[in-house]
Structure formats: structure tokens, C-alpha cells
Design a protein around this ligand. Structure first.
Ligand code: OAD
Length: 270
């Protein structure tokens, strides 16, 4: 056992020790709800329970590649609402940046497509956007890239962009169900072997392969879950710390304990 107790003071003590040099982070939609972006699976507020208007066979179809090929309209109506630009990073995103500035961040694996990690100032080489993002886009047939500004215009005007070369559908480089995860995700998995701490925040850990990362750290590596509810196999290992609550709140408490509160708010207010 590495931690003295499964609570915030013991965790803060460990983070400040010489044993903890490489912190791996896993993020999901719950870290962006405070920014005004709905998550997927929360009852009532989650995206998947509010898609009736799109007449989908099942909610996940909106992110399914075969469905999109036949009917891109539901995805584009959603893209209009979710398009990055309107949203500001949360305190939790700034916490990830703070870890990076303290040279403690091994890698931030995120399932989110909202690009708020980058916008919070987490360095690009520290972020693995496992489910892609809205940052780039291409034709689903000939794979030609499509211009960012033209894409933005189409999404904002609720129009569906088509490839100049082959007239195929243009899709943001978001990983849809039925598509492979980016090569950099696969290449970075091995890094978890050198993690001294894993912090998982705001995810239901239901979508694989991403969710299985939480089970790939060495047995000596403490794992922390910061989430509204208990998910995955958290609690099974002796050094699992489960901190239930709003992630911004829990992060604030942890930073208070670390004496990093002022630095955190300075980064967030920038
Ligand atoms: P989910 O909606 O499945 O899970 C979000 C989790 O965050 C839930 O456990 C919530 O209870 C929790 N949560 C919500 N708000 C929170 C808050 N303020 N503080 C703490 N916890 C909070 O979202 P993901 O796990 O990210 O994939 O979903 C995984 C993937 O499923 C997504 O990347 C997306 C989706 O289909 C694709 O689109 C490819």
C-alpha cells in the first residue's frame, strides 16, 4: 500500500512526495458539464436522453459511422449545438494545466471532443484526444481534408459540407462508433506503465477501449476517481481513492490541501 489513507489529505501528501512524479489523467464529459456542455449518460440532462427530436433508432446512432453515411442530418444538428467556441474551460481543466506546469503530468487522456484541455493551456504534446475532436475534418470517402473556416461556416449555418473532390460527406475527425481510435492513443498506452498516480475524472467508464486504460496502471500505482458516482472497478484495489462530488469542487479541495489554490484560480481566471 502506497497511501496512508484513502482520502484527500493522504492523496495530497503523496502528490507532494518524491514518489509521485508522473500523473496520468483520464477525462470524460463530466469535466465539461460545468462549462455548459451536457454529458452523454446522466439521466435527464445527458445528451442521449434528449435526442428524441432527432428521431434516431437509438441515441448512440448519432455518433455511428454507418448511420451517418446514410443520414448525416442528426449529427449536424447536434454539431451546431456542441461546436467549440462558445465554451470556456472549467477549473478541472485548469488543474490539469497546473499539473503540467509543475512537471507532474505524464499524459492527459481525454474522451472529450470539446478541445477545452487545449484551450485551458494544457500543452498539445500532453493531450491524447482518444475520441478525436472538432479541430480538423475530412471526407469520409476519399479522406481529403477540408478547410476549418468553411467547416465552421457550414456548422453554424446548419448546412452539411461535401468534399470538393468526390462529393463525399465531410465529418469532423471525431471517432464515431465503428471507427478506430487514433494511432497516438494506441502508441501512448504503454506510458501508463510509468504512472505513479492515475486520476480519472467525469467519466462513466462505459466506452471501450478507453475505459480499460483505468485497469492498465501498475498495481503499485494509486488510482483516484473524481466523479458524481462510483464507476468501473474503482474500490477493488487497496490504493483506490474514491472522491464523489462535482469535479470542480473536489479539485478545489484537493488544491487547498496541496496549497495550490491560488495558482489554480490564477490559471483559471486568465
Ligand atoms: P458519460 O456521460 O457516459 O459519463 C459522464 C460521467 O460524469 C457520469 O458518471 C456522470 O455522473 C459524471 N458527471 C457529470 N457531471 C459531473 C461533474 N460536474 N462532476 C463530476 N462528475 C460528473 O460521458 P463519458 O464517460 O465521457 O463517445 O462518455 C464516453 C463516450 O461516450 C464519449 O466520449 C462519447 C460517448 O458516446 C463518442 O462520441 C465516440
Amino acid at each position: 500500500k502506497v497511501l496512508k489513507a484513502r482520502d484527500i489529505p493522504a492523496l495530497a501528501h503523496y502528490i507532494k512526495s518524491n514518489e509521485c512524479k508522473n500523473i496520468a489523467i483520464m477525462l470524460g464529459a463530466g469535466v465539461s458539464t460545468a462549462a455548459g456542455i451536457p454529458d452523454f449518460r446522466s439521466p435527464k440532462t445527458g445528451l442521449y436522453s434528449n435526442l428524441a427530436r432527432l428521431n434516431l433508432p437509438h441515441p448512440e446512432a448519432v455518433f455511428d459511422i454507418s448511420f451517418f453515411r446514410n443520414n448525416p442530418v442528426p449529427f449536424y444538428s447536434l454539431a451546431h449545438e456542441l461546436y467549440p467556441g462558445k465554451f470556456r474551460p472549467t477549473l478541472t481543466h485548469s488543474f490539469v494545466r497546473l499539473l503540467s506546469e509543475k512537471n507532474l503530468l505524464l499524459k492527459c487522456f481525454t474522451q472529450n471532443i470539446d478541445t477545452l484541455e487545449r484551450r485551458a493551456g494544457v500543452p498539445g504534446n500532453k493531450i491524447i484526444e482518444a475520441h478525436g475532436s472538432f479541430a480538423t475534418q475530412r471526407c469520409i470517402d476519399c479522406k481529403s481534408e477540408y478547410d476549418d473556416e468553411r467547416m465552421k461556416k457550414h456548422v453554424l449555418e446548419k448546412k452539411i459540407p461535401r468534399c470538393d473532390r468526390c462529393k463525399g460527406l465531410i465529418k469532423p475527425d471525431i471517432v464515431f462508433f465503428g471507427e478506430a481510435l487514433p494511432a497516438e492513443f494506441i502508441q501512448s498506452i504503454g506510458l501508463l506503465n510509468s504512472a505513479d498516480l492515475l486520476i480519472v475524472m467525469g467519466t462513466s467508464l462505459t466506452v471501450h477501449p478507453f475505459a480499460s486504460l483505468a485497469e492498465m496502471t501498475p498495481s503499485s500505482c494509486p488510482r483516484v476517481l473524481i466523479n458524481l458516482d462510483k464507476v468501473g472497478d474503482f474500490g477493488d484495489q487497496p490504493d483506490d481513492v474514491i472522491l464523489l462530488g462535482q469535479c470542480d469542487e473536489v479539485v478545489k479541495q484537493l488544491c487547498q490541501e496541496l496549497g495550490w489554490e491560488k495558482e489554480l484560480s490564477r490559471l483559471w481566471e486568465k
